[in-house]
Design a protein around this ligand. Structure first.
Ligand SMILES: [Zn+2]
Length: 198
């Protein structure tokens, strides 16, 4: 294989890995935000579970509030006051460094210790803070968006970060609605001169 071709392939592969890595945290954040926004599916008398769930969701909802303060067209930036809110939330949700806790299996099914480096969070809010911090560090904050059609959070995977809605389905629904609205406005305009004449 010619050397130049090999280099090009390598560079492309490297970019692919970086892009995937950068968005992995954005996908995790979006998953948490959508789960916290959904109504809990609890049956019967599960008040305790509901209270725990609402406590867990609070951190994600606080992060959602912070994201919603971003100005349209400047989704990659958080204001000074939004950063202040984040710092308060992060300060109350500590994380700690962790080694180990992971195992491989040997041929007899026995556990082989692995010294994997990880982080442990005392609350879901800590994990939510970590993801937002990580995404900001990776300059991928402007890929985290909320669909104005269905209100779900999504990761904008388009090359130029131009997606306005989460899916083709939502764009079709939006297009239908805006087209109906335009048609209504048009027929209203047509009626207006007639009314003036009468
Ligand atoms: Zn949508």
């Amino acid at each position: 294989m010619p050397r130049r071709k090999m280099m090009r392939d390598f560079v492309r592969a490297l970019r692919l890995v970086q892009a995937t890595d950068g968005r992995q945290h954005a996908h995790q954040l979006v998953e948490g935000l959508n789960a916290a926004a959904a109504e809990p599916e609890l049956e019967g008398d599960q008040a305790e579970a509901a209270a725990a769930r609402s406590r867990d969701d609070k951190g994600w909802r606080d992060i959602a509030e912070i994201l919603l303060t971003r100005a349209p067209g400047r989704l990659g930036q958080l204001s000074e006051s939004a950063c202040g809110c984040f710092n308060v939330l992060a300060g109350a949700s500590p994380a700690t460094f962790l080694l180990g806790g992971a195992y491989d299996e040997d041929m007899h099914g026995g556990r082989i210790h692995r010294d994997v480096a990880g982080l442990a969070f005392t609350s879901p809010a800590g994990y939510a803070c970590y993801l937002l911090w990580k995404i900001r560090e990776e300059e991928a904050l402007d890929r985290v968006k909320r669909c104005p059609q269905c209100q779900r959070w999504f990761v904008d995977e388009t090359r130029n970060k131009s997606a306005a809605r989460c899916s083709a389905g939502c764009t079709a629904r939006w297009w239908d609605r805006s087209r109906r609205r335009a048609a209504r406005a048009k027929s209203r305009d047509k009626r207006m001169p007639r009314r003036r004449r009468a």
